[in-house]
Design a binder for this molecule. Structure first.
Ligand SMILES: [Zn+2]
Length: 249
């Protein structure tokens, strides 16, 4: 009886020792996918500014380091079929075709949620930006002007992919008091669904080089907008191009 029990125990131990010998080694947990950091290609430089090689790409990075060529003018500017805060059919009512249609869908989506928007300013040429920037420098000094206005060639409005948006009553158009309005909150929550991002988010001035602009939306396409939204990041960080503030020219 005792011998039997010992034999049983020995058998069990043997089984335990050999179990798993012929089994496949468990596979290592798959490493999380490494994000391929997109690179902003450049074609030269002007002073400290690098000039982008792909100004017509909807994914182009334009900031205080990366400028558009002085001569760049989009070839497919159209008038989006949305209300603006003014009636004239002038340059600042235009956007590039793909962005214009996305903006139409965004305004329609907002309307479904009871939010009524109006465009304030879309496309702006290099020359127009030059005149505007100079006027701000004369009024507030260069250092202050750089916090809210772009050096010529570095304005996203020259891409035809950016637009300033406000409520249909036109109050607080491109002003700090737009922050916290139901229109601003709707944009912050839904712009990415239509391929737009809030380009200069709150508390990101050190990265973007601009104070918070809840009204300035930039079209980058739905895929990139979704990724930027998911990562709660900025276009500058997405391209690993940070920080851009404090840059001198
Ligand atoms: Zn703007």
């Amino acid at each position: 009886m005792r011998r039997q029990r010992i034999a049983l125990i020995c058998g069990a131990i043997l089984l335990l020792l050999t179990a798993g010998c012929g089994e496949k080694q468990p596979e290592k947990a798959a490493a999380p996918p490494v994000r391929q950091i997109p690179i902003q290609e450049t074609s030269g430089s002007i002073g400290d500014l690098m000039v982008v090689a792909n100004p017509a790409s909807v994914e182009v990075l334009v900031n205080k380091r990366y400028a558009l060529p002085e001569s760049y003018e989009p070839s497919d500017l159209v008038f989006p079929d949305v209300p603006f805060t003014f009636e004239e059919r002038i340059d600042k009512r235009k956007m590039r075709s793909e962005a214009a249609h996305a903006l139409e869908r965004l305004f329609e989506g907002a309307k479904q949620d009871g939010i009524f928007l109006a465009g304030v300013s879309g496309y702006r040429s290099y020359d127009r930006q030059k005149v505007l920037f100079q006027s701000y420098v004369e009024r507030d000094g260069e250092q202050a002007a750089r916090r809210y206005s772009a050096f010529p060639g570095t304005s996203e409005h020259q891409t035809g992919l950016a637009v300033d948006v406000t409520g249909s009553d036109g109050r607080c158009a491109a002003e700090s008091c737009f922050a916290g309005t139901s229109e601003a909150e709707w944009l912050a929550a839904h712009a990415y669904e239509y391929g737009f991002i809030i380009r200069y988010p709150k508390d990101k001035e050190e990265i973007t080089g601009y104070k918070y602009e809840p009204w300035h939306i930039r079209y980058v396409g739905e895929e990139m907008a979704g990724e930027i939204e998911e990562q709660s990041t900025t276009l500058d960080e997405y391209y690993d191009s940070v920080p851009v503030s404090g840059i001198r020219y």
